[in-house]
Design a binder for this molecule. Structure first.
Ligand code: UDP
Length: 234
């Protein structure tokens, strides 16, 4: 459907990012819902495909690959990649900037991350609701702090467009469009229990916890139906 996924494990993605061989290094984390949106939106699809790594963040992508004879065998979720990079940066005394979420969420994520990843430097936090004037302040704050890792959590499309527009001027080394990961890091929402993740049912757990997502989640069966239809044409 036009989105070019990389086939790396979580550990490989973390390793590539923290090698700092290329900066800025951009990671996008599309799930089936994002692929559905990108399919109809040339600009968005093009921006997704320009990332250094496009990681399969959603079991639906793994199923699609299997159905279409591709070789993606496991999900490499954005949240797990963030945790892997944070762990590495903690060991090296690296820095992270949290950008996004409702007011207070980025600070809460900073506090939790300081507790969990001793040695990490949280060099900035900022919520994800801003006007044009505030956006200029956010950009100059990030430029001043030069974070090793910038988490941009503004929701799908907005965060990818924002990263694409600003990555070259921010002086951030690794940028990841991490969506709701900031809420999980802040302890505002919980990740699904391991069993749900192992069974590929994290989406179901999220739906039970946030039934209002049903409108967005109908994209998953629509996506898989289209994949099966494409399989029939091969
Ligand atoms: N968000 C934001 N600014 C916006 C829209 C959303 O900071 O203008 C935040 C929202 O508060 C949430 C995050 O973006 O913390 C991601 O939201 P979503 O549930 O859509 O995440 P995803 O499904 O992409 O993980």
């Amino acid at each position: 459907m036009g989105v070019l996924f990389d086939n790396y494990t979580i550990a490989q993605t973390v390793q590539k990012a923290v090698s700092f061989e290329k900066t800025p290094f951009v990671i996008f984390t599309p799930n089936p819902e994002i692929v559905q949106a990108a399919k109809k939106d040339d600009e968005f699809r093009c921006i997704l495909n320009q990332a250094d790594i496009v990681t399969p963040d959603g079991i639906g992508i793994v199923y699609a690959s299997k159905i279409l004879g591709g070789n993606i065998r496991e999900r490499a979720a954005g949240f797990d990649i963030c945790c892997g990079i944070l762990e590495h940066l903690a060991q090296k005394g690296g820095s992270v900037y949290f950008f996004g979420g409702k007011p207070g969420v980025a600070q809460a994520a900073a506090e939790k991350v300081r507790e969990t990843y001793a040695g990490i430097r949280v060099c900035g936090t900022r919520d994800g609701y801003f006007n044009a004037e505030q956006e200029k302040e956010i950009i100059s704050d990030i430029q001043e702090k030069c974070p090793d890792l910038l988490l941009v959590c503004l929701g799908a499309k907005k965060q990818e467009m924002w990263i694409a527009n600003h990555k070259d001027s921010l002086h951030a080394k690794i940028l990841i469009g991490a969506g709701g990961s900031i809420d999980v890091l802040a302890g505002k929402t919980k990740r699904a229990p391991d069993l749900f993740i192992k069974l590929g049912l994290e989406w179901f757990y999220r739906l039970i916890k946030e039934p209002s997502r049903i409108g967005r989640m109908v994209q998953l069966p629509l996506f898989l139906s289209e994949v099966i239809w494409k399989r029939g044409k091969i």
